[in-house]
Write a protein that binds this ligand. Structure first.
Ligand code: 4NP
Length: 176
């Protein structure tokens, strides 16, 4: 079931945009898909000025690389462009972003280990906390598998991001 707790406690305006960062391991497959899909949905609703959208990886293996070609291909077939450049998630990102969305439990554990004093726990969640389809809570790592895994990632990310935007929408001040 989608997360129900009250996790936004302020109005969202262009002067104080809602800042969300999607996080996976390498920042070349799942989190660039999250960034691209959420950007696409926000843009489609004319809400760009209310958001800052980014992605990062818990590891630096692919620093500076664009999204994986298989992720990009699947996204483009669905009308979504992936424009990310891989970077490692930094401790300062925990302070900066309003919401940090992990793709799997390993990412979640790694993010939480950056916050031993539990100052930012309420803003670190699994993306699939927003997935309206019941089941596993992880976006599976597609890197070593076939194209079907990338299609599955796209589907999961799309429906989770749609629900995420629905939940954020009531907090947006005077959308046009
Ligand atoms: P991602 O996928 O975490 O969704 O970007 C992976 C990318 C690279 C590796 C593992 C997962 N890797 O081991 O290099």
């Amino acid at each position: 079931m989608p997360a129900k707790r009250n996790w936004i406690n302020r109005k969202i305006e262009p002067e104080t945009p809602f800042k969300v960062c999607f996080v996976c391991l390498g920042n070349i497959c799942r989190s660039p898909t999250g960034e691209g899909v959420f950007r696409h949905l926000v843009n489609r609703e004319g809400l760009d000025s209310f958001f800052e959208i980014d992605s990062a990886g818990t590891a630096a293996y692919h620093e500076g690389e664009p999204a994986n070609s298989r992720s990009s291909r699947v996204a483009e077939l669905n009308g979504v462009r992936l424009l990310s450049k891989a970077r490692k998630f930094e401790h300062s990102d925990l302070d900066y972003f309003d919401l940090v969305l992990a793709m799997d439990r390993e990412n979640l554990r790694d993010l939480k280990s950056l916050d031993p004093q539990n100052r930012f726990q309420s803003k670190i969640m699994l993306l699939r906390d927003f997935d309206p389809v019941p089941g596993d809570r992880e976006v599976p790592d597609p890197y070593y598998g076939g194209i079907h895994g990338f299609e599955l990632v796209f589907e999961i990310v799309m429906r989770s991001c749609e629900e995420l935007l629905q939940q954020i929408r009531p907090h947006i001040q005077n959308p046009s």
